[in-house]
Design a protein around this ligand. Structure first.
Ligand code: CMP
Length: 137
Protein backbone atom coordinates (compact mmCIF):
# COMPACT_ATOMS: atom_id res chain seq x y z
CA UNK A 1 0.00 0.00 0.00
CA UNK A 2 1.24 3.46 -0.90
CA UNK A 3 0.11 6.94 0.13
CA UNK A 4 0.21 10.17 -1.87
CA UNK A 5 -0.89 13.77 -1.39
CA UNK A 6 -3.64 15.16 -3.60
CA UNK A 7 -4.74 18.80 -3.70
CA UNK A 8 -7.88 20.06 -5.41
CA UNK A 9 -6.66 23.56 -6.22
CA UNK A 10 -8.69 26.81 -5.93
CA UNK A 11 -9.90 26.50 -9.55
CA UNK A 12 -11.27 22.99 -8.87
CA UNK A 13 -13.10 24.20 -5.77
CA UNK A 14 -14.50 27.25 -7.65
CA UNK A 15 -15.71 25.01 -10.49
CA UNK A 16 -17.66 22.92 -7.96
CA UNK A 17 -16.07 19.63 -9.00
CA UNK A 18 -14.75 18.36 -5.64
CA UNK A 19 -17.15 15.41 -5.77
CA UNK A 20 -16.34 14.62 -9.39
CA UNK A 21 -12.59 14.54 -8.69
CA UNK A 22 -12.93 12.46 -5.53
CA UNK A 23 -15.26 10.08 -7.36
CA UNK A 24 -12.61 9.48 -10.04
CA UNK A 25 -10.07 8.60 -7.35
CA UNK A 26 -12.48 6.25 -5.59
CA UNK A 27 -13.60 4.52 -8.81
CA UNK A 28 -9.93 3.87 -9.61
CA UNK A 29 -9.47 2.12 -6.26
CA UNK A 30 -7.82 4.95 -4.32
CA UNK A 31 -9.10 5.50 -0.79
CA UNK A 32 -9.28 8.91 0.91
CA UNK A 33 -7.59 8.34 4.29
CA UNK A 34 -7.35 12.03 5.29
CA UNK A 35 -9.12 15.15 4.01
CA UNK A 36 -9.57 18.82 4.88
CA UNK A 37 -10.47 22.11 3.21
CA UNK A 38 -8.05 24.95 3.87
CA UNK A 39 -7.33 28.47 2.58
CA UNK A 40 -3.53 28.40 2.42
CA UNK A 41 -1.49 31.35 3.66
CA UNK A 42 1.31 32.72 1.49
CA UNK A 43 3.87 31.17 3.85
CA UNK A 44 2.18 27.75 3.72
CA UNK A 45 2.01 27.79 -0.10
CA UNK A 46 5.62 28.99 -0.45
CA UNK A 47 6.84 26.25 1.90
CA UNK A 48 4.93 23.60 0.01
CA UNK A 49 6.28 24.68 -3.40
CA UNK A 50 9.78 25.64 -2.11
CA UNK A 51 11.35 23.30 -4.70
CA UNK A 52 10.03 25.67 -7.43
CA UNK A 53 11.14 28.94 -5.82
CA UNK A 54 13.70 29.81 -8.52
CA UNK A 55 11.22 29.21 -11.36
CA UNK A 56 9.84 32.22 -13.23
CA UNK A 57 6.26 31.11 -12.53
CA UNK A 58 6.74 30.83 -8.74
CA UNK A 59 5.13 34.17 -7.77
CA UNK A 60 2.14 33.59 -10.00
CA UNK A 61 1.75 29.99 -8.78
CA UNK A 62 1.68 31.13 -5.14
CA UNK A 63 -0.84 33.88 -5.92
CA UNK A 64 -3.07 31.31 -7.63
CA UNK A 65 -2.74 28.75 -4.82
CA UNK A 66 -3.84 31.30 -2.18
CA UNK A 67 -6.68 32.73 -4.30
CA UNK A 68 -9.26 30.53 -2.55
CA UNK A 69 -9.63 27.39 -0.46
CA UNK A 70 -8.16 24.06 -1.54
CA UNK A 71 -9.02 20.47 -0.60
CA UNK A 72 -6.09 18.52 0.81
CA UNK A 73 -6.26 14.72 0.76
CA UNK A 74 -4.12 11.70 1.38
CA UNK A 75 -4.95 8.91 -1.07
CA UNK A 76 -4.03 5.32 -0.33
CA UNK A 77 -3.84 2.33 -2.65
CA UNK A 78 -1.55 0.03 -4.55
CA UNK A 79 0.72 2.20 -6.68
CA UNK A 80 -1.17 5.27 -5.45
CA UNK A 81 1.44 7.81 -6.60
CA UNK A 82 1.47 6.66 -10.23
CA UNK A 83 -2.26 5.91 -10.31
CA UNK A 84 -3.05 9.43 -9.10
CA UNK A 85 -0.72 10.94 -11.72
CA UNK A 86 -2.39 8.91 -14.46
CA UNK A 87 -5.83 10.08 -13.35
CA UNK A 88 -4.65 13.74 -13.27
CA UNK A 89 -2.97 13.72 -16.71
CA UNK A 90 -0.04 15.89 -17.81
CA UNK A 91 0.70 19.16 -15.95
CA UNK A 92 -0.25 21.12 -19.08
CA UNK A 93 -3.85 20.23 -19.98
CA UNK A 94 -2.95 20.74 -23.66
CA UNK A 95 -0.70 17.66 -23.35
CA UNK A 96 -3.04 15.61 -21.13
CA UNK A 97 -4.64 12.36 -22.35
CA UNK A 98 -8.36 12.12 -23.01
CA UNK A 99 -10.41 11.24 -19.97
CA UNK A 100 -7.93 12.68 -17.45
CA UNK A 101 -8.94 15.26 -14.85
CA UNK A 102 -6.77 18.00 -16.33
CA UNK A 103 -7.89 17.31 -19.91
CA UNK A 104 -11.53 17.46 -18.86
CA UNK A 105 -11.42 20.46 -16.49
CA UNK A 106 -8.14 22.46 -16.49
CA UNK A 107 -7.81 25.87 -18.15
CA UNK A 108 -4.02 26.23 -18.26
CA UNK A 109 -0.67 24.83 -17.10
CA UNK A 110 -1.02 26.93 -13.93
CA UNK A 111 -4.76 26.56 -13.28
CA UNK A 112 -4.63 22.79 -13.60
CA UNK A 113 -7.23 21.70 -11.00
CA UNK A 114 -5.16 19.16 -9.07
CA UNK A 115 -1.74 18.52 -7.60
CA UNK A 116 -0.32 15.07 -6.91
CA UNK A 117 2.99 13.97 -5.40
CA UNK A 118 5.43 12.84 -8.09
CA UNK A 119 7.61 10.30 -6.19
CA UNK A 120 7.79 8.41 -2.87
CA UNK A 121 10.11 11.04 -1.32
CA UNK A 122 7.84 13.95 -2.26
CA UNK A 123 4.76 11.99 -1.16
CA UNK A 124 6.37 11.54 2.26
CA UNK A 125 7.27 15.24 2.56
CA UNK A 126 3.93 16.49 1.21
CA UNK A 127 1.63 14.25 3.27
CA UNK A 128 3.51 15.21 6.45
CA UNK A 129 3.52 18.90 5.48
CA UNK A 130 -0.27 19.08 5.74
CA UNK A 131 -1.33 16.18 7.99
CA UNK A 132 -0.26 14.88 11.39
CA UNK A 133 -0.37 11.15 12.14
CA UNK A 134 -3.48 11.77 14.25
CA UNK A 135 -5.36 13.14 11.21
CA UNK A 136 -5.02 10.04 9.03
CA UNK A 137 -7.07 6.86 9.07
P1 CMP B 1 1.75 21.03 -9.70
O1 CMP B 1 1.67 19.61 -10.07
O2 CMP B 1 0.99 21.50 -8.52
O3 CMP B 1 3.30 21.42 -9.48
C1 CMP B 1 3.80 22.72 -9.67
C2 CMP B 1 2.80 23.63 -10.32
O4 CMP B 1 3.36 24.76 -10.93
C3 CMP B 1 2.10 22.89 -11.46
O5 CMP B 1 1.26 21.91 -10.95
C4 CMP B 1 1.45 24.04 -12.17
O6 CMP B 1 0.26 24.47 -11.51
C5 CMP B 1 2.52 25.11 -12.02
N1 CMP B 1 3.36 25.18 -13.21
C6 CMP B 1 4.22 24.27 -13.68
N2 CMP B 1 4.82 24.69 -14.79
C7 CMP B 1 4.35 25.91 -15.02
C8 CMP B 1 4.60 26.88 -16.03
N3 CMP B 1 5.47 26.66 -17.01
N4 CMP B 1 3.92 28.03 -15.97
C9 CMP B 1 3.05 28.26 -14.97
N5 CMP B 1 2.77 27.37 -13.97
C10 CMP B 1 3.42 26.22 -14.01
Amino acid sequence: MERTLSIIKPDGVKKNIIGEVVSRFEKAGLKVVASKMKHLSQREAEGFYAVHKERPFFGSLIEFMISGPVVLMILEGEGAILKNRELMGATNPADADEGTIRKDFADSIESNIVHGSDAPETADFETKYFFSALETY
